[in-house]
Design a protein around this ligand. Structure first.
Ligand SMILES: [Zn+2]
Ligand SMILES: [Zn+2]
Length: 425
């Protein structure tokens, strides 16, 4: 797609991620070949941050980030770092070292009025900006501050703008700091529509870009109060991969339904605005992993502006691995459905037996055999998943296996099918 418009991809690195070498050699060329002109990297817990010692699950070194940034820029991608500045800091605040910064005890959110909070955030902005020489933009998160102004300190704070005053002071200070570093700040725009406070947008520095995320609309996506504001630029954001309202099926599936995702991407493309296509790694830090990026398959192509994978994209080898993942996901669905059926049938037979006097032992024997066969399929699948993760140098295989097969291991004598949980008691 030839366009002056921003057509950026967002990758949330708290999920399953490739090793740095694979990121450089395969994913960057694939992202470029798919048609994107910018890449937003949400680092989250994946770097051993100097700002937050002892927190997170690092995969990339500072040097890796510098290399990825430089390689992305040299292939023509706008490279944009993303860090959160108020909410969604579960991976920091879960640690005892930082619990004094929690908003009203919440694991997910900083208290913006705690005297240490802003200094931490400003020093983190310095640290991440230092890893992105040549960057023009920085995304500072700032969405979903559900616990805003709930602690005693924030509740007592008097502000004519109400609790959004606290948000604006904190987020505004982070944005101004980025501007001083020569960066254009971007933030998610949802707090302005959640609090129905469009007039407060004008309190942000004029440079700030608001990112209007709407992952579920299939026509006219976005929020009126953001799209019609006259003071700030807007980027629309689609959901290539995200949770589905009203279901929690992301917690165990290997492949989410793609059609709602396609419809949302197309709706945003029809809107003709600058776009950021988001690929979430987990619903949040304290929820199970989404499947690897391969499961998102040719949504990358669609969002990049192509109906199918381009021949340039095929050359990277990623599309082939997407098709391989598809097969693993289909097999998972088969034995998962079989397991559901067998366990329900077994319970029905047992109920029937208590009415007609069939010995329970004969039912157990019959079904244990079926469940054993089912179990063999699951174990084979786990081994193939391990091979897939190894071949593609992607992270967190044991957690992924453990989450997907938890329904199965609940009835197995030896428990989890992973080789060992990180925090198992
Ligand atoms: Zn507070
Ligand atoms: Zn486990």
């Amino acid at each position: 797609m030839k366009t002056d418009k921003k057509n950026w991809l967002h990758l949330d690195l708290k999920g399953i991620v490739p090793e740095a070498g694979c990121f450089l050699d395969k994913w960057l060329p694939f992202i470029k070949a798919s048609g994107f002109n910018g890449l937003v990297l949400e680092y989250d817990c994946r770097i051993p941050w100097k700002t937050w010692p002892k927190a997170g699950y690092p995969v990339y070194t500072h040097e890796d980030v510098r290399k990825i940034n430089a390689a992305g820029q040299s292939c023509g991608l706008e490279m944009i770092p993303l860090i959160q500045t108020q909410g969604h800091l579960e991976w920091v605040l879960q640690n005892a070292e930082y619990q004094h910064l929690r908003e009203n005890g919440s694991l997910r959110e900083l208290c913006p009025l705690h005297p240490e909070s802003l200094p931490y955030i400003l020093s983190w902005i310095d640290e991440v900006a230092g890893l992105h020489p040549g960057a023009k933009y920085i995304h500072l998160g700032s969405d979903e501050t559900w616990d805003l102004a709930t602690c005693p300190r924030c509740r007592e704070h008097q502000d004519p703008r109400g609790k959004m005053g606290i948000y604006l002071d904190h987020v505004g200070a982070a944005c101004r700091h980025a501007i001083e570093l020569g960066l254009v700040p971007i933030i998610w725009g949802d707090m302005f529509w959640r609090e129905n406070a469009p007039e407060l947008i004008s309190e942000l520095p004029t440079e700030v870009i608001l990112c209007d995320w709407d992952y579920h609309s299939t026509q006219n996506p976005g929020h009126e109060i953001l799209l019609t504001n006259s003071t700030h630029r807007i980027i629309g954001a689609s959901g290539l991969r995200c949770g589905t309202p009203g279901t929690l099926d992301y917690s165990f599936k290997c492949q989410a339904a793609l059609e709602p995702r396609r419809a949302n991407i197309r709706a945003w493309q029809d809107a003709g605005v600058d776009l950021l296509h988001t690929v979430w790694g987990r619903p949040n830090n304290h929820r199970p992993l989404y499947p690897p990026w391969f499961a998102t398959g040719n949504l990358f192509a669609l969002a990049g502006g192509n109906p199918e994978f381009s021949s340039e994209a095929e050359k990277t080898g990623i599309p082939e691995q997407c098709r391989r993942w598809q097969q693993l996901a289909e097999r998972f669905q088969t034995f998962s459905d079989e397991y559901d059926t067998f366990t329900k049938v077994k319970l029905a037979f047992a109920a029937s037996a208590s009415h007609i006097g069939v010995p329970q032992a004969s039912i157990s024997e019959e079904f244990n055999k079926i469940l054993h066969e089912n179990r063999m399929k699951v174990l084979d699948w786990c081994e193939e998943v391990r091979t897939f993760f190894r071949d593609n140098a992607i992270s967190d295989v044991e957690e992924f296996i453990c989450e997907r097969t938890a329904f199965f291991s609940i009835n197995s004598a030896d428990g989890h099918l992973c080789t060992g949980c990180r925090f198992k008691k």
